[in-house]
Design a protein. Sequence first.
Length: 318
Amino acid sequence: MQTIKKILVVIDPDKQVQPALNKALLFAKQQPITLKLLSCLYYPSVMASNFLSSKQQEKMQAEIIKSNQAKLSDLITQNTQKNVTFETEVIWHWPVYQGVLKVVDNFQPDLVVKATHPHKTLTKTFFTPTDWYLLKACPMPILLVKTHKWSKHSTVVAAIDPEHNLSAKSELDKNILKTGYSISSALDMELQAIHCFDPSYWDILLEAVDKSGMWADVFSYDPHQNESMVLEKLRYQHNVKFAKECTEYVPNSANQHIISGDIDEVLPTTLQQLQAGILVLGTTYRTGLLGSTAQKLIETVDCDLLAVKPKGFDAPFH
């Protein structure tokens, strides 16, 4: 992902304000782009009605599609600007995420943008089942945006984990940084890289290794070496690998951040300090679940989320 030229914008047919479209338009700052506005519809009340014949259902479905096509045309009229070419598509499909994925497969966008919405009663963003499925299964980078606007100081923060065994094989960290670079360049934002080193995880592991009597097998034997010394060596190795991974896309050490602690607690605070507008993170499709870190963070951070898949990712339509 070097440049962003084609963006699929998932329109919310039941909302007046379209934050996904508003933010997608900002990608036209640096170069011409094509925006495809997609309205994926399905109303169970129409299809399950006992009062309508199959022909009447088809007619009503066609009228709803026609009405939403008109809405998309109105959105284009309201948002016409330099460097933007619009396309539209309205489909009737259930489940909605499958319809979106089929359009992704046909259109082959560089980026998919979809809005999330604040929960009515809770102080957090509400992710619908469609959001979750797209995070898991969308093969292209997908940007889930919230209602707040990006400021001139907003940054793009790429979260990587060089120590993860998946990263090297799938080039996931490289994809995260590369995508973050493309996004930050298109939006004229500063790119930051971040990695969380959690000492508690290593403390537990080192204690287990020590109690099992495998210390000399796991680590180079040194009679003067203790858990604290090994932990510092591990921390140093993280620093070295992290800096090496950042070399191509985030070469400035001032933009490289290693934080220490439980990622659920320290990352949201750090993102606020970095004025993150977008957090870029990797997601994996393992037995239908997101990676554990991504799943924990998605509803807790305040910024927009850009999910990137590993190399060779191929999730089936479910």
